[in-house]
Each structure stands twice: as C-alpha cells, then as structure tokens.
Ligand binder design. Structure first.
Ligand SMILES: *[C@@H]1O[C@H](CO)[C@@H](O)[C@H](O)[C@H]1NC(C)=O
Ligand SMILES: *[C@@H]1O[C@H](CO)[C@@H](O)[C@H](O)[C@H]1NC(C)=O
Ligand SMILES: *[C@@H]1O[C@H](CO)[C@@H](O)[C@H](O)[C@H]1NC(C)=O
Ligand SMILES: *[C@@H]1O[C@H](CO)[C@@H](O)[C@H](O)[C@H]1NC(C)=O
Ligand SMILES: *[C@@H]1O[C@H](CO)[C@@H](O)[C@H](O)[C@H]1NC(C)=O
Length: 145
C-alpha cells in the first residue's frame, strides 16, 4: 500500500490546517510549525499589479529549532466562494518569492504584469516553510490596459 494510514491522517490534518491544496499535501510528514502571518492581514488591503515592491511578514519567535534553517516559498492564490472544494488556486508554477530564510520574517516581491492577473478581492498569499499557512484575503487590481 502506497498510502499508509499515517500519510492519510497527515493529509486530513493538513487540510484542516490550511484547506485542501495539492502542493501543501505533497509535503512529507513534517508538519510541526505553521507560520503566523502578520502582513497582509485585515480586509481592506488593495495591491496593484505592476512593479511595486510588496512584502509579506510573519512571526519568527515561534519557529522551532528544526525549521530555523529552512527557506520559504510564497505563492499567490485566490479563493472562489462558488468552488465548494475550497481550492486555493495556488500558482505553484510561479512562486512570488522563494529561497528566503524563514527567520527573516519578511520577503519582498512584485506582482509582475506578465502574470496577467485578473482583478479579484479574494487573493491569498500562501507561505510555505515547514508547513503552510494562508493570509487573509486581499484585493489585487489588474494592470491598466
Ligand atoms: C495562520 O496565520 C494567521 C494570520 O493570518 C493566524 O491567525 C493563524 O493562527 C495562523 N495559523 C496557524 C495554524 O498558525
Ligand atoms: C511592507 O509593506 C507595508 C505595506 O506596503 C509597508 O507599510 C511596510 O513598510 C513594508 N515593510 C517593509 C519592511 O518594507
Ligand atoms: C542550522 O545551521 C547551523 C549552521 O550551519 C548548524 O550548526 C545547525 O546544526 C543547523 N540546524 C539544523 C536543525 O539543521
Ligand atoms: C458565484 O456565483 C454567483 C451566482 O451564480 C455569481 O453571481 C458570481 O459572479 C460568482 N462568483 C464568482 C467569483 O465566480
Ligand atoms: C490575460 O487574461 C485575459 C483574461 O483572463 C485573457 O483574455 C488574455 O488572453 C490574457 N493574456 C495573456 C497574454 O495571457
């Protein structure tokens, strides 16, 4: 049997943690720490597609010893309230940022116009380090034509 009970349990517990997401579920059984995202946080954040440098921040004092050397990945996704699977639609082919030390507590990125983002008020950022967590929803406005 390829899928052990432990692995299945891992998938279930991880999906409770960060909703169901193929990329998150593909990680092995290392779920010990989920980052506490400190920005973007709240309901009224509006970003613009373009060359503005944005950032994401998270708490670093709760990173366990085992994960303190890890690097992180930030992916952009969006929620669709009509999609009952609660898929985060993460763009795992094109992370916003990767390779930064988790202990930095911050990573910088742009919303490059080549991403051709549609205006939505339900974008989320997913920070993957040891385990993952997703931000509150934020609005991203499409690049002006
Ligand atoms: C995920 O981040 C949010 C802040 O966006 C925080 O409230 C929550 O506790 C974090 N989840 C976990 C499992 O740490
Ligand atoms: C992160 O972005 C926020 C919002 O644009 C900004 O207020 C803050 O100064 C930035 N933090 C750093 C360290 O650049
Ligand atoms: C983290 O890196 C330091 C310095 O390279 C090393 O001494 C330490 O053993 C590493 N910790 C882990 C958990 O890998
Ligand atoms: C969700 O469904 C409603 C009703 O069919 C529709 O008005 C709305 O535009 C849909 N939202 C999205 C994000 O597709
Ligand atoms: C950008 O997205 C729009 C709407 O989703 C689509 O019609 C268009 O073909 C896309 N352009 C590129 C270059 O991908």
């Amino acid at each position: 049997m390829k899928f052990s009970i432990a692995f299945t349990f891992f998938l279930v517990s991880l999906s409770q943690l960060v909703y169901s997401s193929p990329i998150l579920a593909s990680r092995e059984e290392e779920v010990v720490w989920s980052p506490t995202i400190t920005y973007p946080l709240g309901d009224d954040i509006v970003w613009q597609s373009g060359n503005t440098v944005y950032n994401m921040t998270w708490e670093t004092d709760n990173i366990p010893e085992d994960a303190r050397n890890n690097t992180g990945i930030i992916m952009l996704g969006y929620l669709d309230d009509n999609d009952t699977s609660s898929d985060e639609h993460l763009d795992w082919r094109k992370p916003l940022a990767c390779g930064f030390p988790l202990t930095n507590g911050i990573a910088y990125f742009t919303l490059d116009p080549s991403r051709n983002l549609t205006t939505r008020d339900s974008y989320v950022l997913c920070l993957l380090g040891d385990s993952g967590n997703i931000s509150n929803r934020l609005t991203i406005q499409a690049a002006q034509a």
